[in-house]
Design a protein around this ligand. Structure first.
Ligand code: DC
Length: 231
């Protein structure tokens, strides 16, 4: 039996709604929510805290053995410290995209993700994971592969709202540029990029620009039903 038959992978660009949807789906299925972006954000945070320049690949890589990451539902822990709120900030979001270019960072984090996923599956859980390469690299045999997206404008508005709720002062124009830069880097990197041809590599594309959260969840559940997942 292929254990990846128990994986639902949701990938897509910045602020496409992957996090909210994957987390809700995992709760409904009593499964594990595996937020892979948190790991890249933690590597960026670890670099900031060690005063390491994110552009210095070998110094960033040298931090990897000192980083341990664990999850508890939606909470994320870095060396035992709850960093769930800290890693939502703009500096770690942009930093994650920079360190995510480094092949050795990716190799280490992918291995951690596969280990966490396998442990959950061995305990009988379904894994709902989200990121950029979860259906192509982390769990290439995932039962369900969703590519969630929305227009740049809609995604920027969503992200702006999240930043405002956290008290950050920024503008729609700035967020639009930030998102464009991050998506470009995530799509153009040499190692395990966000696919630019999602349909050809096996994803079902869902554009949720005009959908509510409920409607997006409903659309994903329809895909699950088609492949025989009991929900
Ligand atoms: O999903 P997110 O916004 O938390 O991801 C932050 C950054 O981390 C994203 O811009 C690129 C990187 N990332 C990645 O390279 N691969 C993943 N599977 C998840 C995130």
């Amino acid at each position: 039996m292929n254990e990846e038959k128990f994986v639902i992978a949701i990938d897509g660009p910045v602020a496409s709604g992957k996090g909210t949807i994957a987390s809700r789906l995992a709760q409904e299925l009593h499964g594990l929510y595996l937020y892979t972006g948190a790991m890249y954000r933690i590597v960026a945070l670890a670099s900031f805290e060690s005063n390491i320049d994110l552009n210095d690949e070998s110094l960033v890589v040298s931090l990897l053995p000192k980083i341990s990451i664990s999850y508890d539902g939606e909470k994320v822990f870095f060396n035992g410290r709850d960093v769930t709120e800290r890693i939502k900030e703009q500096d770690t979001a942009n930093g994650a995209s920079i360190v995510g270019v480094y092949p050795q960072v990716r190799a280490a984090l992918v291995q951690m993700q596969q280990q966490i996923g396998r442990d959950a599956i061995s305990k009988g859980k379904i894994v709902v994971t989200e990121g950029r390469d979860t259906a192509t690299k982390v769990f290439p045999d995932a039962l369900v592969k969703i590519y969630l997206t929305a227009t740049d404008e809609i995604r920027a508005k969503r992200r702006l709202l999240q930043y405002e709720q956290k008290g950050a002062e920024t503008t729609l124009q700035y967020v639009l540029e930030e998102i464009a830069e991050r998506d470009k880097r995530d799509r153009e990197r040499a190692t395990d990029p966000l696919p630019s041809n999602p349909q050809q590599v096996g994803y079902t594309i869902i554009d949720n620009s005009t959908m509510s959260e409920e409607e997006t969840l409903h659309a994903i559940k329809a895909v699950l039903v088609r492949v025989g997942v009991a929900i």
